[in-house]
Structures are given as structure tokens and as C-alpha cells.
Design a protein around this ligand. Structure first.
Ligand SMILES: [Zn+2]
Ligand SMILES: [Zn+2]
Length: 361
């Protein structure tokens, strides 16, 4: 099969023939139907967040089960599935207390003395990106990396739920647990930010203020539920949000991954408000907030993959899409082939794209 390999970081992806092993007892072979391009991949391609190389990248995907190991009971050949990088063991303290997204068990990986799931034709092992590697025609994954979904949803739309949608919507409905009527600001209206915005719409947030420096992204934000917008290239975002809400928002979401915007998110909170940093901050970056502001019970927190319990959440998100209450159609700005993956990431670096999705034949 063909897959997109990163050999050096920073670097470019190279489409190469890859050998995929047969499924082990608890593994599933999935024929990839669609795979989204996510900033999580870009961070390793551009060298901001290193990873083990060579690696087959990609982690936001949907497909159809091709074959299963003899101990797999959750899915069968022909099932439609979404993959998720929150691969869970199901029996550790995190999993059993309702936070499988925090699972750190390594038992879902193959042991070092077992053959690698992916390798080059000469036998050299290839690192599997987040235990998924979805920029390839086939994925060989642990069964706990997958959730079965209904067949009604197109798989290019379903793929987006696998990371960007779950991360953005989940940060609002789970991590921050926004309540109906509360005010929300979202800084950054890319793929993740748009999903924070529509997550806020889903839970019935009051005012939903979108903040970005690109006018076209602010327009898109309105389609996804923003009630107000702030162009941060023209205005001081913190001052503008505080003025619009007479003292600050209940919830601010940072969806870029920058020190400055993480600090702005905290700065635009009213007393008792919570800032949730969804963006991935580069290694070594420190976030500083005025200590005195904490007195008024302001909170600063992170969100890991939208605090998902993806086996429960993703089928619900599929239902919401099928009911017309979750917009996935307008998240896709381009459908590309595997061979166009580098152009897709270049467009993402240019900042104009909501989501490019690789569609496999
Ligand atoms: Zn991602
Ligand atoms: Zn676990």
C-alpha cells in the first residue's frame, strides 16, 4: 500500500510503498476512506514538536473495517469506523474514572520484540503516528483506537470528527462544560476554533464572540454560530471582549497554540471565568497570568482531545450531523489526493484553510 512518510523534521512528506502487517489478536485492519490534515501533523512536519522518525503521519480518519484479529469483538469487516488517537486500555485509573483520553498505558502498542505494524519494503520499521498513521490506504490499529458508526454519514465528513471536531466541540461540552446562556469567546477561527464555536452553539451559549485576524475566517465563524466577531488585526481583542460583555466572558477558548493568545484568553475572563487552552503550545513556552487575577476565581486549564470518551461521543456527534445540528460540510475547504498532501499542508501554513481532507479511491 502507499503511505505518506516523514523522514526528517522539518521536512516534506514522501509517498512511498509501505508494508502493513497482518492484524494481531486485538488489532483491526481498516481501509482508509478519508483522512483530514491537522495541525498536529503540521507541528512535526515543520519541526515545532518533534516526533520519532521515519513516521507515517496522519491521525484524523474514517474508513471501513477490512479484517480483524481473533480477539476483536467490537467491530467486524464491513463496519464503518472513525479512528481516534485517544487509544485507551479500559482498565487503568484514568479509564475507570471516566477520562480515557488521559490513558497512558502502552499495552495497546506492539511490544518492542514484536514485528512493527508498518515497515518499508526492505524491512526497516516505520513509526506509527499516534498509533494510527492515517495518511495511507490501510491502517492497522488496536481495536480501542476505533469506534463503529452508522453507515449513513459520508466518510469524508466522519473523518473530521476523529480529531478536529472532537477536540473543539469536546473542549466546550466536556472540558469547560459551558452552560446555556453563558458567554463565550473563541480566539482563532481555524479548524479547531470553528468547532469550539459550534460546540458553544450546541450547548446554547449566549453570546459567542469569535476573535481572529483574518476577515474571511470571521465570516466563516458566523456560519458556525458566532454571534459577534472581533478583528484582532484592528482591535485589542481583550479590551473589545471585556467591553462587549460588560466585564469579560464566562469562558474563553484559545484555539491557536500561542503564548500571547493563551494569555489573552485569561485576560478576557470575568470573575469566576475559565480559560481553556485547546491549541498546542510549542515545547518550552511558558504562559504567564497576573497572579492577582486568580483571587477572583479565574481558572486557566488545558484540554486534551476535548476530554473525549470517543466511543460514546463520536456516535453522538454523527447523530447531530445527521440531524443538521453539527456542521461538517462547511469545514471541508478542499478534497485532495494522497499525492497532494504536501500542497495541502502548504495551504494550511498559509492560514486560509479550514480543513483539507485526503479522499482515497
Ligand atoms: Zn489532530
Ligand atoms: Zn487506560
Amino acid at each position: 500500500m502507499r503511505g505518506a512518510i516523514l523522514h526528517t523534521s522539518p521536512g516534506k512528506l514522501e509517498i512511498t510503498d509501505v508494508v502493513v502487517d497482518d492484524p494481531g489478536p486485538r488489532e483491526v485492519l481498516v481501509r482508509t476512506a478519508a483522512a483530514g490534515l491537522c495541525h498536529g501533523d503540521l507541528h512535526t512536519i515543520d519541526g515545532t514538536i518533534p516526533g520519532r522518525l521515519p513516521a507515517l503521519l496522519g491521525h484524523e480518519a474514517a474508513g471501513v473495517v477490512e479484517a480483524v484479529g481473533d480477539q476483536v469483538h467490537d467491530v467486524k469487516p464491513g463496519d464503518h469506523v472513525i479512528s481516534c488517537l485517544s487509544v485507551f486500555c479500559g482498565h487503568c485509573e484514568h479509564c475507570l474514572s471516566g477520562y480515557p483520553n488521559r490513558c497512558q498505558s502502552t499495552e495497546m502498542r506492539r511490544a518492542p520484540d514484536q514485528p512493527s505494524r508498518l515497515r518499508f519494503e526492505d524491512g526497516t520499521p516505520i513509526n506509527q503516528w499516534y498509533q494510527l498513521s492515517s495518511f495511507a490506504e490501510l491502517m492497522l490499529v488496536h481495536e480501542h483506537a476505533l469506534v463503529k458508526i452508522v453507515d449513513d454519514i459520508p466518510l469524508d465528513r466522519a473523518a473530521l470528527i476523529g480529531c478536529g471536531v472532537m477536540t473543539g466541540v469536546g473542549s466546550v461540552i466536556h472540558t469547560a462544560a459551558v452552560r446555556a446562556g453563558e458567554t463565550v469567546a473563541v480566539i482563532g477561527c481555524g479548524g479547531i476554533g470553528l468547532n469550539c464555536i459550534q460546540g458553544a452553539r450546541l450547548v446554547g451559549a449566549g453570546r459567542i464572540i469569535a476573535v481572529d485576524r483574518v476577515a474571511s475566517k470571521l465570516e466563516l465563524a458566523k456560519q458556525f454560530g458566532a454571534t459577534d466577531t472581533v478583528d484582532a488585526s484592528e482591535h485589542d481583542a481583550v479590551a473589545a471582549v471585556i467591553e462587549m460583555t460588560s466585564g469579560g466572558v464566562h469562558h474563553a477558548f484559545e484555539a491557536i497554540g500561542l503564548k500571547a493568545t493563551a494569555e489573552q484568553a485569561f485576560g478576557m475572563l470575568r470573575s469566576g471565568g475559565t480559560a481553556t487552552v485547546v491549541g498546542l503550545l510549542p515545547i518550552g513556552v511558558k504562559v504567564e497570568v497576573p497572579g492577582l487575577s486568580l483571587i477572583a476565581e479565574r481558572k486557566l486549564q488545558g484540554s486534551l482531545m476535548g476530554s473525549n470518551r470517543f466511543r460514546v461521543d463520536m456516535p453522538r456527534l454523527v447523530d447531530l450531523y445527521l440531524q443538521g445540528r453539527l456542521d461538517l460540510d462547511n469545514l471541508i475547504s478542499a478534497r485532495i489526493s494522497l499525492d497532494q498532501v504536501n500542497e495541502g499542508f502548504a495551504a494550511m501554513q498559509g492560514g486560509e484553510v479550514a480543513r483539507s481532507v485526503i479522499v482515497f479511491d
